[in-house]
Ligand binder design. Structure first.
Ligand code: PMP
Length: 416
């Protein structure tokens, strides 16, 4: 009698586990991030997760999105569901110029390349610039998803120290000079100038000028990753590096935090020659970015008060930031320090001397609170005394409870 699909034994793929040489060398750099490993436990309902970085989009007007989807399918569904140009939907590229105006960018829609989130922009930029062993400079610490891309392309990441005002220009200068002195070239500086992931800190204007000056001096390209630029809590958005040196900066933007990440729409704004390579790389990676998602984002920008929506996101995140900072003040021991973000999603905390955030993590999970240990944000194993705390997702009272639980864990560790 023939066996049903459920009865058939599942073949074990041991050949593919054990045979390392079967894979490309670059696949060896592809390892699960610490964040991913944490997700399964952090998402349990009894755990307060201060680990994830997902935006809280429950305030989006789903009725508006529903009706624009309906109209989109009925009015231009045939075009919106077909292949399209690799550089991205032209009306959306025009609208992206409007989204970049508050950070001081004046550009041409022809220099915008739409990508599958800014994550893909990072991938394409690294793909066109980096051979194995090439040097990329990044903040210490830096965005885990960018470090994953750099590892996949076998880049050599040189971290540069930060303080409460972000990347330190003198250290950047020294780091670039020493790479050059060793006979190598820096392919680009990767920086997140606003409400950085994971530290929450931002570069003041003078530092932006100093960093551009140093990059001009050493002829280094800048990749400015700015998904949080419009999510500042006080005053006007900071001026982008790209606004002051269009020829030297590739600017990466995203709709993930200002609209919704599920559509996976981001972009790169690049000098012409780089733009041409990015379009070719986009063509070989995806043929074209998802047409339907681009049409949805375009209709949303056209029909909804997206600026008002960002304002209400900002207010929600500000309340959560306040809840986290107040709770840290109220519960944490005096020997612990943390950043005070003016926007974005994250606080970066430094444990009392001698404590290790990774070793402490299982105990925190037992006490029903999750965070990301700092080592996830370094390519070189540093960061063990630090941790990233996200305030973007849980409501304020859960944040307070999470910090209270975490403080109890820190106190226990100090007593050990
Ligand atoms: N850059 C930074 C600094 C981020 O924090 C993220 C998302 N967490 C991304 C890029 C990627 O975002 P997306 O691909 O959703 O645009």
């Amino acid at each position: 009698m023939e066996s049903t699909p459920e009865q058939r034994p599942v073949p074990r793929e041991t050949r593919f586990d054990a045979d390392v040489a079967r894979y490309a060398a670059r696949a060896r750099g592809m390892v699960a991030s610490e964040i991913r490993a944490l997700f399964s436990v952090a998402n349990r309902p009894e755990v307060v997760s201060l680990a994830g970085g997902s935006p809280n989009i429950s305030g989006l007007p789903l009725d508006v999105v529903g009706s624009l989807l309906n109209d989109l399918v009925l009015d231009r569904g045939v075009a919106a569901m077909n292949y399209a140009v690799a550089q991205g939907y032209p009306p959306l590229r025009e609208q992206i110029l409007e989204v970049m105006r508050p950070v001081g960018i004046e550009a041409n829609a022809d220099d915008v390349v739409v990508t599958v989130g800014s994550q893909q922009a990072l991938d394409l930029v690294t793909r066109i610039f980096c051979d194995p062993g090439d040097v990329v400079i990044a903040e210490a610490p830096s965005y885990v998803g960018a470090l994953g891309v750099f590892a996949a392309y076998q880049c050599d990441v040189v971290h540069v120290a930060m303080d409460d005002d972000g990347l330190i220009p003198d250290h950047l200068d020294t780091a670039i000079a020493s790479v050059i002195a060793s006979g190598r070239r820096v392919k680009f500086l990767y920086t997140i100038p606003n409400f950085q992931n994971p530290t929450g800190v931002s570069l003041p204007q003078e530092r932006r000028h100093a960093i551009l000056e140093i990059c001009r001096k050493h002829d280094v390209l800048v990749v400015e990753d700015d998904p949080y630029g419009l999510l500042g809590f006080d005053g006007e958005p900071n001026r982008a590096l790209r606004a002051d040196d269009p020829a030297r900066v590739v600017y990466l933007g995203s709709f993930s935090k200002t609209f919704a990440p599920g559509f996976r729409v981001g972009w790169a704004l690049a000098p012409h020659a780089i733009r041409d390579k990015l379009v070719l790389a986009q063509e070989s990676a995806t043929l074209c970015p998802p047409t339907f998602s681009q049409h949805v984002v375009s209709s949303y920008l056209e029909r909804h008060d997206w600026r008002g929506q960002i304002k209400s996101f900002r207010e929600m995140y500000r309340e959560r930031r306040d809840a986290m900072l107040d709770a840290l003040d109220d519960f944490m021991p005096a020997s612990m320090t943390w950043t005070k973000p003016g926007g974005g999603f994250f606080v970066w905390a430094t444990l009392p001397e001698g404590l290790d955030a990774k070793a402490m993590s299982p105990r925190a999970i037992t006490e029903r609170v999750a965070y990301v240990p700092g080592t996830a944000f370094y390519a070189d194993g540093y960061g063990s005394q630090c941790l990233r705390l996200s305030y973007c997702f849980p409501p304020p009272e859960r944040i307070r409870e999470g910090v209270r639980r975490l403080a109890a864990v820190v106190e226990q560790e100090l007593e050990l």
